[in-house]
Design a protein around this ligand. Structure first.
Ligand SMILES: Cc1ncc(COP(=O)(O)O)c(C=O)c1O
Length: 388
């Protein structure tokens, strides 16, 4: 079959199901107001939650690193791409999270497909939540370990699987998202972590959306749930609240050494470029120095949640800065997204396979720097569109 006929068959099926996707074009720096497909809009569709991607200190750090080290690391960390600033970033991340060590990866996706196979192999078992991020699912597949999935957030089922597999000879790894990226709920870590430990399992929390945004000091979902010290492995991203690009895995020194020696997505890939590393370091510093960003993000999310609730529009099960408004039908969701765009608001419509079939939704993500009036404007517009 030619590429053209394959594309036409597969893409035709996506069109029919209403899940064909197209990229939108942004034409300025990421902030609360942006140019999207040539329209000036208020952005409620990003992961630059703390508005650090274009912060002057972050930009200056990237520019200075570019001047000093150039635009590229020029190779993998194990050959010629390991700069002092990579090591410095990792020490700072470890110090921030209170772990012995951290290791940077080029993306969160690559971190998951690197760390899960490093911790579970043939003969081992990975247990994960039904709504785990695609990169966790792909990491599980690559690991060649047996995989068991428990219904979303269902700790009784998790315990059942742990009990049933207690005699497994290999290692048991429990992997969950800290914050579910399409629903905005937080994993029940206060109960899940001790439960997994009781059964001798290792716990990996993917805190892509929690790092920098949750917990009293921004250490994420495990800090929020009071289990900061008990999670064996934390994965965070640098490309969301930390305004740069890349990711990291934090834990023990032994874990770091294991990943350096066995994580294929770390070993066989180019290191993060110096400007990205420098930007992440600067953003980490600003985030720690300016807790108002985290507080304001949470206030904005609450204002949006409460404003919509008062109009009878649910954002359940969200308790964070990711708020879903579930529409259900794919076409209706994308039409709603278009109507908001025409009225100057960009909140992305999300369809299968990012979310289960029949649960298409608007995924709304406020930022720390949205004004209250902008949040209220979104509430009014959404209520008008949904309730008439
Ligand atoms: C929970 C989760 N893990 C991992 C990733 C991947 O991170 P990255 O975009 O850095 O590849 C994402 C991205 O949205 C995510 O939501």
């Amino acid at each position: 079959m030619s590429v053209e006929s394959r594309a036409s068959a597969l893409l035709g099926a996506l069109q029919k199901r209403g899940t064909h996707r197209q990229m939108r074009v942004m034409a300025c720096a990421q902030s609360t107001r942006m140019s999207v497909d040539g329209r000036e809009v208020l952005l409620f569709a990003g992961s630059n939650y703390l508005d650090l991607a274009h912060h002057p200190e972050v930009v200056e750090a990237a520019v200075a690193a570019t001047r000093e080290f150039g635009c590229a690391a020029g190779g993998s960390r194990l050959i010629n791409g390991n700069f002092e600033i990579h090591e410095a970033l990792e020490s700072e991340l470890a110090e921030f999270l209170g772990t012995e060590a951290a290791l940077a990866f080029s993306t969160g996706y690559m971190a998951n497909v690197g760390v899960i196979p490093a911790l579970a192999d043939r003969g081992d078992l990975v247990i994960s939540d039904a709504l785990s991020h695609a990169s966790i699912i792909d990491g599980c597949r690559l690991s060649r370990a047996a995989v068991r999935i428990f219904p979303h957030g269902d700790l009784d089922c998790l315990e059942k699987v742990l009990r049933e597999t207690a005699s497994t000879r290999g290692e048991v790894l429990v992997v969950v998202d800290g914050v579910y990226s399409m629903d905005g709920d937080v994993a029940p870590l206060a109960e899940l972590v001790p439960l997994a430990k009781r059964w001798g399992a290792t716990v990996l929390v993917d805190d892509a959306h929690g790092t920098g945004t949750l917990g009293a000091t921004g250490r994420g979902s495990s800090e929020l749930c009071g289990v900061g010290r008990d999670v064996d492995v934390v994965l965070g991203t640098l490309g969301k609240s930390l305004g740069s690009f890349g990711a990291f895995v934090a834990g023990s020194r032994a874990l770091r050494d294991l990943l350096v020696n066995t994580a294929r997505s770390f070993i066989f890939s180019c290191a993060l470029a110096p400007p990205q590393v420098a930007a992440a370091r600067a953003a980490l510093e600003v985030m720690r120095r300016e807790p108002w960003r985290r507080e304001r993000l949470s206030q904005n999310a609450d204002r949006l949640r409460n404003g919509l609730a008062q109009r009878g529009i649910s954002t359940a099960p969200s308790t964070t800065h990711i708020l879903p408004v579930i529409v259900g039908d794919n076409d209706a969701t994308m039409k709603l997204c278009e109507r908001l765009l025409e009225n100057g608001i960009y909140a992305q419509g999300i369809r299968h396979p990012s979310v289960p079939e029949g649960t298409a939704r608007l995924r709304i993500t406020p930022m720390a720097t949205h004004r209250s009036s902008e949040i209220d404007h979104l509430v009014d517009l959404l209520a008008k569109e949904l309730l008439g």
